[in-house]
Design a protein. Structure first.
Ligand SMILES: C[S@@+](CC[C@H](N)C(=O)[O-])C[C@H]1O[C@@H](n2cnc3c(N)ncnc32)[C@H](O)[C@@H]1O
Length: 258
């Protein structure tokens, strides 16, 4: 972490946990409690909540990443990788030289991911770690992905600085995250659905409506497409672009460590 970032982190004392304001020290353990609870039903809930759309969005991320199909070594780090969705898709679409590391702070989410990982052998590993202080050497990965993880971080700029640090020069950054809906009618329908139906679904299927209320509220706090572009540029990345998915319900930001 640079001295400037360390200083600015020290000045900030509050952050958002959904719509609530909490101390910086409190957020991570609240987020961890959410994912410890939802882990056993996480994959099922993702399909139910998004009507399967998250699969198309993740496929779009892999298409944009376009990993090499050859046997050339290519190392992906999937941060906040949870149950491994991005890493599995990556290994399916990349060549024989590809390897994937899933890094997540939640032991329960990693456990659920490992249970799905039969047969991937040495190409896939799970590591417990914090996106804001990654347990990896500088310049060690060809690509960094993060899907629906960035908004859970306490300090997004520290997460971005870490992404930059662990990428090799020429390395690729891709972030898939819920974003700001840019279609007038869709935004109202989406609000009604997310605040009305999702906590109810969370209560019925996962026995936990509060965690799903947090997930919905945290989406509204995440910077919009252009503000997030600026944060990525501030972290030192170049050629930052984004693509909206489903009218901006989600967006993929792409950038390079040049
Ligand atoms: C919504 S899930 C996304 C999982 C997966 N990437 C996907 O798209 O299905 C968010 C994940 O972020 C993880 N997470 C939250 N805070 C984190 C942090 N500071 N560092 C690493 N992972 C974190 C949670 O444990 C959880 O697995």
């Amino acid at each position: 972490m640079s001295e400037d970032l360390e200083k600015s982190a020290a000045y900030r004392t509050k952050t958002s946990f959904g719509f609530a304001e909490v101390g910086l020290d409190a957020k991570q353990s609240l987020v961890n409690q959410v994912f410890a609870k939802v882990a056993p039903r996480y994959d099922l809930m993702n399909d139910l909540m998004s009507g399967g759309l998250h699969r198309l969005w993740k496929a779009a991320l892999l298409v944009w990443l376009a990993p090499p199909k050859s046997a050339v070594p290519y190392a992906l780090l999937d941060v906040a990788g949870g149950t491994g969705d991005i890493a599995f898709r990556f290994l399916e679409s990349a060549g024989k030289g590809a390897s994937a590391t899933v890094c997540d702070i939640s032991a329960e989410m990693i456990e659920a991911g490992r249970a799905r990982a039969n047969g991937e052998g040495g190409r896939l590993s799970f590591v417990r770690g914090n996106a804001e202080a990654l347990p990896f050497a500088d310049k060690s990965f060809d690509a960094y992905t993060i899907a629906f993880g960035m908004r859970n971080l306490t300090l997004i700029d520290l997460g971005l600085a870490e992404a930059f640090r662990v990428l090799k020069p020429g390395g690729r950054f891709l972030c898939l995250e819920f974003s700001s809906v840019e279609m007038p009618l869709l935004d109202r329908l989406y609000d009604a659905y997310s605040f009305g139906a999702i906590p109810i679904l969370g209560g019925l299927v996962a026995g936990d409506s509060a965690s799903y209320r947090y997930l919905v509220e945290s989406i509204r706090h995440f910077p919009d497409q252009n503000s997030f572009t600026q944060l990525i540029e501030d972290a030192g990345f170049g050629r930052v672009r984004y693509r909206n998915l489903t009218g901006g319900i989600a967006a993929i930001h792409s950038a390079w460590r040049l």
